[in-house]
Ligand binder design. Structure first.
Ligand SMILES: [Zn+2]
Length: 375
């Protein structure tokens, strides 16, 4: 049944999206300008296989954007104390840049800013080395209890009003962008639950939407000085209660009015993993460039691509131009994902029946982008 529904979707996409027929890349670009993958950067030991993956899987399928979640997996010279053990070197990054350039793939590095400064019991490098930047230091990751927990600890945040935080953050952002020779930077900024906390002497009496918008704008302005574009996830700009989208893929903590406070040239990555929610239109009509983002349900991902093509066909040219495309997301480490991907590709995984599978989802997207692979 899944195979049948996939074929039907593929046929539908071929009707909607001419580039699904064997076509020149120019035609694909015209139909869907952004065809991206967002994934964690490989560790040095997995670099060669990752380069092969880009060359043999993404490039033939006409992907033209690779968002790499690097965080602290880089040998920063500006702040060596923030390096992960055994990080990517500048030479390693140069190999990624070279293979992507060869195939016309734009590379955008990512460091999670503001939120996602911890995971479960682990505090990540920025707050580990600079605990004074912690928005609510009374909450200790060492005491983490599985969600939902009484302290509301999902991930830690840094304080956006701390006078020292941006000197550190911008130094590593600039260094990473220089290494990747990138004209864009993805700051994450999703699922920021801790913001304007009562215990923060700087933020406690500030409006949370203004705090969020202020941080977005500060980062955007810094990047713009060097001609770089800011990309962020869109969830904090959506009203979780009114839309029914909830507190993960939208905001319950009153950040959503920030959508009317931030510069319009911030690129929005509009992720939805449970339904093919149609908020891309909302962002585009607000004046933002936006891409829909899917994850591990193959049918939903293909629906998101189909919707984006349909929106572009049915919208006024001004709006259609902002509906930029589709970015697939992978949330495990790159090496374990590639293990699953290549196992699936080898046919050894065919006996399993998993409705939510990131490898199957990417395989479906690749097939949709490259007709020869789906036939
Ligand atoms: Zn604060």
């Amino acid at each position: 049944m899944k195979h049948c529904s996939f074929l039907l979707l593929t046929v539908s996409l071929m009707m909607l999206f001419p580039s699904f027929c064997p076509a020149a890349e120019e035609e694909a670009a015209e139909s869907l300008p952004v065809r991206g993958l967002a994934i964690e950067a490989p560790k040095p030991g997995g670099l060669d296989r990752f380069l092969t993956f880009v060359e043999e899987e993404l490039a033939p399928a006409h992907f033209n954007l690779l968002i790499l979640r690097v965080d602290w997996n880089y040998a920063f010279e500006s702040h060596p104390e923030l390096r992960d053990p055994n990080p990517l070197t500048r030479e390693d990054v140069g190999k990624i840049v070279a293979v992507c350039r060869k195939h016309g793939i734009r590379v955008v590095p990512q460091i999670n800013l503001l939120g996602h400064q911890s995971w479960a019991e682990q505090t990540y490098a920025l707050l580990r080395e600079y605990p004074q930047f912690d928005e609510n230091p009374s909450v200790k990751t060492a005491n983490y209890k599985p969600w939902p927990n009484p302290e509301g600890l999902y991930c830690k945040s840094y304080c956006p009003l701390h006078p020292g935080v941006h000197d550190v953050v911008f130094a590593v952002v600039d260094e990473l962008c220089d290494a990747f020779e990138s004209d864009g930077f993805h700051a994450g900024m999703d699922e920021v639950f801790y913001l304007g906390e009562a215990e923060c002497p700087r933020c406690h009496d500030h409006d949370k939407a203004e705090l969020f918008a202020g941080e977005v704008t500060l980062i955007r302005d810094h990047l713009a000085e060097k001609g770089r574009q800011l990309m962020i996830w869109g969830d904090r700009l959506l009203d979780g209660r009114t839309t029914g989208l909830g507190e993960w893929e939208a905001s319950y903590n009153d950040t959503w009015p920030a959508i009317d406070m931030i510069p319009k040239d911030v690129f929005i990555c509009d992720w939805h993993y449970e339904r093919a929610d149609l908020t891309g239109v909302y962002f585009a009509t607000k004046g933002f460039n936006v891409a829909s983002c899917g994850y591990r349900n193959p049918d939903l991902c293909l629906q998101q691509i189909s919707d984006m093509v349909r929106f572009r066909k049915q919208s006024a040219p001004e709006t259609a131009a902002r509906l930029q495309g589709y970015i697939h997301t992978i949330w495990s480490d790159a090496n374990s994902f590639l293990n699953r991907y290549y196992t699936l590709k080898s046919g050894n995984d065919e006996g399993t029946s998993r409705p939510r599978d990131d490898a199957r989802a990417l395989q479906a997207v690749i097939a949709a982008f490259s007709p020869s692979a789906s036939q």
